[in-house]
Design a binder for this molecule. Structure first.
Ligand code: ZN
Length: 261
């Protein structure tokens, strides 16, 4: 039915605005091409977890050099915390920014991504949340070339700001079990989780102000990133909003987009 779509792929990138509806499309690609999902969120969680397990309770800001805005060398950090375990070191670097609510600089994100992608032998991945900036895209293109790997295509899930704001600001979540509701499409009865009976809440990330700031970030940084990738890698676009949102329709729209590559 989708005979013009690629038969097999090495790696792919799924991109789009935050809240555009990437996950259902990622699920299609994972299943169709037998890939794994590699999310920056998971990379950070994994390294933060390694650092947490190691249990260093000293002040990590001593490893940050304010003057040149760099960490001191890995050797110095290793000596300071008593291990040279790479995952613990990455975790420390990530934690420094997360604790301060700061954006992680591209070169740190690149370093963490490269290490994690390397564990997967640079193959068989759906990249999710990476690259997000032009600098990250350039790093990735060089890495792919160096490791004789390949990105077959970019799938860009498109959605309007209005739809995304409606979807996300009306989202509610059960603080106990994590079940997601929507005030319009899947409202919780009496405002309570049907499983746990506790009152559903809005995630702090789902306020209109936070969403608008993520949308602006997409326009400023990620759109130019997509244009950069497009010089080397074919980009397929799929609608994030479907009139009839069923698994079959999602799959069909993804596979149709891929036949046009
Ligand atoms: Zn619940």
């Amino acid at each position: 039915m989708f005979e013009n779509a690629p038969d097999e792929v090495d790696n792919v990138i799924v991109t789009g605005k935050s809240g555009a509806g990437k996950q259902p499309r990622i699920d299609v690609l994972v299943e169709e091409y037998d890939l794994e999902q590699l999310s920056t969120g998971n990379i950070f969680r994994s390294y933060l977890g390694s650092f947490g397990e190691y249990g260093y309770d000293g002040d990590i800001s001593q490893f940050w050099n304010e003057e040149n805005e760099r960490f001191v060398s890995d050797e110095e950090i290793a000596e300071g915390i008593g291990t040279d375990d790479e995952e613990v070191l990455f975790g420390l670097k990530a934690k420094y920014f997360v604790d301060r609510g700061k954006f992680v600089p591209d070169r740190i994100t690149n370093e963490l991504f490269k290490s994690y992608f390397g564990k997967k032998d640079y193959h068989g991945q759906v990249l999710d949340g990476y690259p997000r900036t032009v600098e990250q895209a350039e790093f990735l293109l060089d890495l792919i070339e160096e490791k004789k790997s390949k990105i077959d295509f970019v799938l860009w899930v498109r959605n309007t700001d209005e739809k995304i704001i409606e979807r996300t600001t009306k989202r509610r979540i059960c603080p106990k079990c994590g079940k997601v509701y929507h005030l319009k499409y899947d409202p919780p009865k009496n405002g309570k989780c049907e499983e746990c009976g506790v009152e559903v809440i809005q995630r702090s990330d789902d306020t209109e102000e936070k969403i608008r700031s993520r949308l602006q970030e997409f326009k400023d940084k990620t759109r130019p990133m997509i244009e950069k990738l497009e010089e080397d890698i074919p980009v397929a676009e799929v609608p994030g909003h479907l009139e009839e949102f069923t698994p079959e329709n999602v799959r069909k729209s993804v596979m149709e987009a891929l036949t046009e590559l």
